[in-house]
Design a protein around this ligand. Structure first.
Ligand code: GUN
Length: 289
């Protein structure tokens, strides 16, 4: 039976480290890191995420603000807000919550962020730094997955990793990090996706299988090598009272053959917020260095 990788415990550990850094920055430089989260529209899940981010910020001693805009906001109005936040010296980090309403092109907004405040690591400048092997802000979910692996003593160098999913938010940056030189790197990485041939066979070669394909319980036992480490990035809410929240992995049949596995909830989810706090403090440190 697999050991459970406890994302809640590891997230708390990282948040304590961040809190210490916040105190140090205040004591030594008189600087309070500030994060502003921008939320457009009324997606209920996004409201929950954004409120949690603001609460965590406050708990760690940071300055946090949430800018809530109506679903009818135009792209020009959102660009104006981003320009104002770019100019505000008390704002060290900006996160524009995705998805955005359909009249707004998310890439146009991301491109308008000051790259030095882009704590999501999604601006092309930061994507370029990551690809060139000198990451500044690592996108929060891939960063969280790397911390889960290293803090669980999983050997990344030399291992065969399969990343299932190629999104800009998770699969793509994670595959770059794990295959680069550096503290989370030196693995042999295969990226596959919904259009890959022989998916089950490819997944079965993985020492570390990361699943971010966005399909409920997509990975079954026959796709997993005995003893593999399985990281499940999916979150699918219960559809009725008899169902629980599930991930992209069929946990009940995969956990008996994996050596380690992340649960849903309580695996990757709690890590994202911890890494956002890490990036926000790092943004303040960079600004004041
Ligand atoms: N929506 C879901 N995940 C994320 C994330 O990591 N960053 C942003 N900006 N929006 C998200």
């Amino acid at each position: 039976m697999a050991d459970i990788i406890d994302g809640r415990a590891i997230s708390k550990e990282i948040q304590s480290e961040v809190q210490r850094d916040v105190e140090k920055l205040r004591a030594e430089k008189g600087v309070v890191p500030g994060l502003t989260v921008v939320l457009v529209g009324d997606d209920p899940a996004s409201h929950v995420y954004v409120n949690n981010k603001a609460k965590t910020c406050a708990r760690l001693g940071m300055r946090s603000a949430v800018e809530k805009l109506p679903a009818t906001t135009t792209q020009a109005e959102l660009l104006d807000l981003v320009a104002r936040l770019n100019r505000d010296p008390a704002v060290h980090g900006i996160l524009v919550q995705l998805p955005l309403p359909k009249q707004i092109n998310p890439q146009v907004i991301i491109n308008s962020l000051d790259p030095a405040k882009d704590v999501d690591g999604l601006h092309p400048f930061n994507v370029g730094l990551l690809c060139a092997g000198h990451p500044r802000f690592i996108p929060c979910t891939p960063y969280g997955i790397c911390e889960l692996l290293t803090r669980s003593a999983v050997q990344i160098p030399g291992s065969d990793v399969v990343v299932l999913g190629r999104s800009n938010l998770v699969g793509r940056p994670l595959s770059v990090l794990l295959s680069s030189k550096g503290r989370f790197g030196d693995a042999t990485v295969t990226v596959c996706h919904s259009r890959s041939a022989h998916l089950a066979e490819v997944c079965k070669r993985a020492d570390i299988l990361v699943v971010a394909i966005g399909q409920r319980e997509f990975v079954t036992a026959d796709m997993v090598k005995p003893g593999a480490v399985v990281i499940d990035v999916g979150t699918h809410p219960a559809r009725n009272e008899n169902e629980k929240m599930t991930g992209d992995v069929k946990f009940a049949e995969v956990s008996p053959i994996a050596s380690m596995i992340t649960p849903v909830p309580g695996g990757v989810g709690p890590m994202t917020i911890a890494m956002l706090m890490r990036n926000a403090v790092d943004a303040a440190v960079i600004r004041t260095a």
